[in-house]
Write a protein that binds this ligand. Sequence first.
Ligand SMILES: NC(=O)c1ccc[n+]([C@@H]2O[C@H](COP(=O)([O-])OP(=O)(O)OC[C@H]3O[C@@H](n4cnc5c(N)ncnc54)[C@H](O)[C@@H]3O)[C@@H](O)[C@H]2O)c1
Length: 323
Amino acid sequence: MVSKVGIIGLGNVGSAVALALVLRGSVSELVLIDKDDKKARAEQYDLTDQQALLTSNTKILRQNYNDSWTLLKDCDVLVFSPGDISILQAQLQTDNPDRLNELRSSAQIVQEVAPKINASKFNGIILSITNPCDVVVTYLQELVDLPKNHIFGTGTTLDTTRMKHAVSAYLDCSIHDIDGYVLGEHGESQFTAWSTVRVGGIPMNDLAATHRIDLKVIEENSSKGAWYIISGKGFTSHGIGLTGATLVEAILNNARQVFPLSSYNTDYQTYIGQPTRIGAGGVLEVLPLTLSDTEQELFDHSAKIVRENRLKIPSLLAVDPVL
Ligand SMILES: NC(=O)c1ccc[n+]([C@@H]2O[C@H](COP(=O)([O-])OP(=O)(O)OC[C@H]3O[C@@H](n4cnc5c(N)ncnc54)[C@H](O)[C@@H]3O)[C@@H](O)[C@H]2O)c1
């Protein structure tokens, strides 16, 4: 069966998702779109150069930014990854770097791109990556003609892989023995829900008590992961590239698998990172949380931050960015 995936925004992230999808032979057709047409064309040629060396066959298509996006009409999944990473690079010069500072720029992009998605008659599932992830996906859903369960963000999926790595490095064990989630905003208010974390089936909270493990140290190592990477190479790409491809595959294969995605939470009226089952129909189910009282407070706080920032968008867009 033909599977067709579109990617809007071919910077470090969009091109890494495209590369992972092509190398894994996950899709039959890929449609590339970027505001910078030359960049999209370059990615198209670069990805096509691999074809003779692969056992799979992905047709790499491209749509000019200013044309109508007709190639998106029959796409199954659309990856939304436009942005401007220089904003987060500049954040490293501040005392408290925060992805929320990308909001004004990303909200402008959403305003510009959403009508073009609607005009294309795209009717599949959107996977949103652009930061600040939870606020952007909340706003994007409001502007595109798709139901809430047909659009979700990568949420804390990447943060959860970072947490698993930090735990496995600390305990010197296989990363594959670790279950559990980082939840909340894909940002500074995220938290590791230690009550959900198990190592080979043993609750991490029990291990921490018996082995005097300082969970705060492990959490710090994982939650700051993106900033360590950006300070060294200027952007993150490999982890999010494979995260994006894995989630696209989960949709295409109707995996019915649970990831800590940014999905809609009716209590908070916002998208937020929470355990979410996805498949061909997009979000199939948001799993109920059984958190400790402290974790529930952290989750409430994180959702409040996302909601407040969504409400800030009109005033942010009213400000002339040049001033
Ligand atoms: N959710 C996550 O876990 C996660 C992880 C890494 C990065 N990100 C975010 O992903 C986004 C992209 O990061 P990057 O490093 O690729 O940035 P980048 O600056 O390298 O690339 C952004 C791309 O978007 C394009 N673009 C800008 N406006 C556009 C528009 N209106 N329509 C189409 N394309 C447009 C640019 O031309 C550029 O090619 C950022 O918001 C970044 O913070 C999210």
